[in-house]
Design a protein around this ligand. Structure first.
Ligand SMILES: *Cc1c(COP(=O)(O)O)cnc(C)c1O
Length: 551
């Protein structure tokens, strides 16, 4: 409802509203009021009072809530799960039952690579629950959000310092949205140079899928750049493509360290080649966990870079969000950040998912510069420790010139498929019997495993994980030797449920103990997978419902 007002009324009414802690949208000569189903009669009375409309003789005669003709008459939430947990203890047990199906961080490390599943410390998470942070309206008047803006501007400054950029925008809600905002900034700067025709975006074949998707959304045409056998960008091919498209080159999108988990030696030269041909360099900063405190995208030669605060800066993202993908930019691009005069907003709130920013703020504040640098060093050390311990069992696919990886490593079990018909899926499923979540499977290289320990895990936990991986390799060896059939062994039948292992009938060529307790530590910390192997593809193509019938 828009209430037209004179200037002087506006002042009076605004003061009255604010005295009652009510925010309305104050436009040039109107107040805009939005009410939803949570508004109460008392709220309406307050509003009337604010506008001087309340007095003797005025009674509210309105129907609050959902009008009769819009009310739902059909049955809803009829499944018994919505009505059977009627006491707090029952609800508690139900939630705990669901939780127990999850193999999570409370059991063991989550070794997923490419997505930096690092510790989400309780102290970092706590402020999110404070109403002062969590209940703030994204468009609350500036003078009511001084504290919040102090936090966001500090965070912007810290991120600018960490990345070596001139300015940072906290608006993008995901890495992919940061990419989009970054390409819009590049578009803006190119247009301002009078180079509307520059539309080619170079993307190495190793890139994360969001890079080409973003380039295409931003109206660019994608030209792929080859990678060498060792995973690095093929510099000769980059030069060739940059030359071919010198006239219409807009930018390159490059991930550093690369998606293959290696610090690419030619990164500075890569940036120079692109700049030399009139393009900008977009750095995908999802692997920033290997850079913080050691080197900076801005110093390397990137013009814009997004950070995944939900990867590198501790915001949890296991359940799929919400994320935060702020971008840092060089001076020339600063005028084209989202929400600036030149470029429209990429999200409908000025600070993106502002309520989760305290997590990253707390992380950086508590760690301090030395702590952050040491986290990066430990993340790299841990990845190299795993690579070294596993390389006798599984070849490590990509390494830098000095034989080291960055913050993650890709191990390659493809020879096991040939020798023992053991697939990457078998290893991933068997890890559950050992009490571990699988690493990233088949990205960025099909049929391989990408492992990222992060700095959060102790050496004891890394060793336990490596022991499990090595033990699985030895199990595959027994299949190779013919001790177990290729189609009936602990790997092919993994994971093993308690039900299967304790059943009266057991007709497998290995013992129940081998099935469920293949490592000594499992005696005291066993996770029981709740379901056995479901053929992934079959399950995807043949839906069925295993829950109780709908009434
Ligand atoms: C995660 C990731 C992205 C995308 O980030 P989202 O927040 O998931 O949109 C882009 N590039 C790389 C290399 C990533 O790992």
């Amino acid at each position: 409802m828009r209430v037209k007002l004179s200037d002087s009324d506006m002042k009076t009414f605004r003061r009255a509203a604010e005295a009652k802690r009510i925010n309305l949208r104050w436009e040039k000569s109107a107040a805009v009021i939005a009410l939803d189903e949570t508004a109460t009669e008392a709220d309406l009375e307050d509003l009337l009072e604010v506008f001087g409309a309340k007095g003797p003789g005025l009674t509210l005669d309105i129907e609050l809530g959902i009008p009769e003709n819009l009310r739902r008459t059909s049955k809803f939430l009829t499944h018994k799960v919505f009505s059977e947990h009627r006491s707090e203890t029952e609800m508690l047990r139900y939630l705990r039952k669901l939780e127990s199906k999850d193999l999570s961080l409370v059991h063991s490390m989550i070794p997923l690579g490419s997505c930096t599943m690092k510790l989400n410390a309780a102290a970092e998470m706590l402020p999110v629950t404070w109403p002062e942070l969590g209940r703030l309206h994204p468009f609350a008047p500036a003078e009511q959000t001084l504290g919040y803006r102090e936090m966001t501007s500090q965070l912007e400054q810290w991120l600018a310092e960490i990345t070596g950029f001139h300015a940072v925008s906290l608006q993008p809600n995901a890495g992919s949205q940061g990419e989009y905002a970054g390409l819009l900034a590049i578009r803006g700067a190119l247009d301002a140079r009078g180079q509307q025709h520059r539309k080619v975006c170079l993307i190495p074949v190793s890139a994360h899928g969001t890079n080409p998707a973003t380039a295409s959304m931003a109206g660019m045409s994608i030209v792929t750049v080859a990678c060498l056998e060792d995973g690095d960008i093929d510099l000769a091919d980059l030069k060739k493509k940059a030359d071919e498209h010198a006239k219409d080159l807009a930018c390159l999108m490059v991930t550093y360290p690369s998606t293959h988990g290696v610090f690419e030696e030619g990164i500075k030269e890569i940036c120079e080649i692109v700049h030399g041909h009139g393009g900008f360099v977009y750095m995908d900063g999802a692997n920033m966990n290997a850079q913080v405190g050691l080197c900076r995208p801005g110093d390397i030669g990137a013009d814009v870079c997004h950070l995944n605060l939900h990867k590198t800066f501790c915001i949890p993202h296991g359940g799929g969000g919400p994320g935060m993908g702020p971008i840092g930019v060089v001076k020339e691009l600063a005028a084209y950040l989202p929400g600036s005069a030149a470029v429209s907003a990429v999200s409908s709130a000025p600070f993106g998912s502002a309520s989760i920013l305290p997590i990253s703020w707390m992380y950086i504040r508590m760690m301090g510069p030395d702590g952050l640098t040491s986290a990066t060093k430990n993340a790299i050390l841990n990845a190299n420790y795993i690579a070294k311990r596993l390389e006798e069992s599984y070849p490590v696919l990509f390494k830098g010139k000095n034989g080291l990886v960055a913050h993650e490593c890709i191990v390659d079990p493809r020879n096991l498929k040939v020798m023992a018909d053991v697939t990457v899926d078998d290893i991933a499923k068997r890890l559950m019997d050992y009490g571990f979540h699988a690493p990233t499977v088949s990205f960025p290289v099909v049929a391989t495993l990408m492992i990222e320990p992060t700095e959060s895990e102790s050496k004891a936990e890394l060793d336990r994980f490596c022991d499990a991986m090595i033990s699985i390799r030895e199990e595959a060896r027994r299949v190779e030797k013919g001790e177990w059939p290729k189609n009936d062994n602990p790997l092919k039948n993994a994971p093993h449920t308690a039900e299967a292992v304790t059943a009266d009938a057991w007709a497998r060529p290995y013992s129940r103990e081998t099935a469920a307790y293949p490592a000594a530590w499992l005696r005291e910390r066993k996770f029981w997978p709740s379901v056995g192997r479901v053929d992934g593809a079959y399950g995807d193509r043949n839906f069925f419902c295993s829950c109780s019938a709908l009434s």
